[in-house]
Design a binder for this molecule. Structure first.
Ligand SMILES: NC(=O)C1=CN([C@@H]2O[C@H](COP(=O)(O)OP(=O)(O)OC[C@H]3O[C@@H](n4cnc5c(N)ncnc54)[C@H](OP(=O)(O)O)[C@@H]3O)[C@@H](O)[C@H]2O)C=CC1
Ligand SMILES: CC(C)(CO)C(=O)C(=O)O
Length: 311
């Protein structure tokens, strides 16, 4: 059985950026798993992933693999598929891990980490929040639009494996940090995504739309409800600090189309249920977050002609 140091499941925008930092951090053989044969073939033809960062392009020589044909076990597995695809990767994660492996889930919103914690035992599992803007231009070409911080932590207790992963990614230029309170950061990141993602998706705009007058008004309305939801889970968030984080996030990634805006532009399903829909479940369906969730679902319905199976 072949052993790899690090594997990525889902080599889209964020998975590609993780492969880039890992490669620069000294990991040379990186299997990256994809859902479609088209992605595997396009990346093989290109000789790897091309990452544009600033005005430079880097070729990252990954090993593209279809998710139904695993090629070996991995010490670190970084899962960067969309939240609604996580359930399809559970089997793969079982196959490519051993009891010594660490799985890091990097999806936005709530639900993905919980699902993996529920389904996978005898493995180290961690969650992380990503403050990076990345855009997938085509199957093999990804643009890094700014930000370089990832905060990760395990809800099953401290593991030094996360520090090992931190060393690799830090060497590669990523500001990867480890926390003992990952849920606090997941709530803060939920605030960032609950504002930036639907506002950019509805308007099909770059992240800087949030910095406009109505962007700021809506941000406050969304965040007021998020604070109530967080309190129900025992987290007291400060509104002004949260808004500062959100607006700074929009500035740092101002030229990025959020992952949800990219979904809408590409006629794909969105993660709205894991983000604003999750907040609405706590504060009522008639809330601002409830309305935003329904508007984004309406937009999805306008282009989803049964050509993609979300279930
Ligand atoms: N884009 C961004 O700027 C940011 C995104 N995030 C979060 O990161 C996560 C990933 O988003 P993003 O990178 O934008 O997503 P993308 O849509 O760009 O990429 C998703 C990737 O997952 C692959 N995939 C889907 N199903 C499977 C499967 N069953 N097995 C293996 N691979 C699979 C797809 O394969 P294929 O190519 O074959 O379709 C694709 O390569 C999301 O939760 C998002 O919210 C967080 C911060 C910033
Ligand atoms: C950080 C941000 C807002 C970057 O665009 C993101 O998480 C996303 O696009 O999903």
């Amino acid at each position: 059985m072949q052993y790899y140091d690090l594997c990525v499941i889902g080599g889209g925008s964020i998975g590609g950026i993780i492969a880039y930092y890992s490669f620069r951090g000294g990991i040379t053989n990186i299997p990256v798993y994809y859902r479609s044969i088209e992605s595997v073939e396009a990346i093989m033809k290109n000789g790897g992933l091309t990452i544009k960062y600033g005005d430079k392009e880097y070729l990252v020589p990954i090993i593209p693999v279809h998710y139904t044909k695993p090629i070996g076990k991995c010490r670190f597995i970084i899962n960067t598929v969309k939240a609604y695809n996580v359930k399809d990767t559970i089997n793969l994660m079982h196959k490519i891990t051993s009891e010594d492996s660490l799985i890091l889930m990097l999806q936005n919103g709530f639900g993905s980490l919980e699902l993996v914690e529920e389904k996978i035992f005898n493995r180290y599992i961690a969650g992380g929040v990503v403050f990076i803007g990345a855009e997938r231009i085509n199957k093999y070409y990804i643009v890094h639009h700014g930000g370089r911080t990832i905060i990760a932590g395990s809800r099953r207790g401290f593991t030094s494996k996360l520090l090992e992963l931190m060393n690799i990614l830090n060497r590669g230029g990523c500001d990867f940090r480890v926390t003992s309170n990952i849920d606090l950061y997941r709530w803060i990141k939920l605030g960032v995504n609950a504002v930036i993602n639907p506002l950019t998706a509805i308007t099909r705009s770059k992240n800087k739309i949030v910095l406009t007058r109505y962007g700021r008004i809506l941000a406050e309305e969304i965040i007021d409800e998020l604070i109530i939801a967080a309190e129900k889970h025992g987290f007291k968030l400060d509104k002004e600090r949260l808004l500062t984080t959100i607006f700074r996030g929009s500035e740092n990634t101002s030229e990025n189309y959020s992952s949800m805006a990219q979904d809408v532009i590409n006629n794909m399903p969105t993660e709205i249920d894991y983000i604003n829909g999750f907040i609405a479940k706590h504060v009522g369906e008639k809330s601002v977050n409830g309305v935003i969730t329904r508007i984004v679902h309406l937009i999805e319905e306008s282009y989803m002609k049964n050509n993609y199976n979300k279930s």
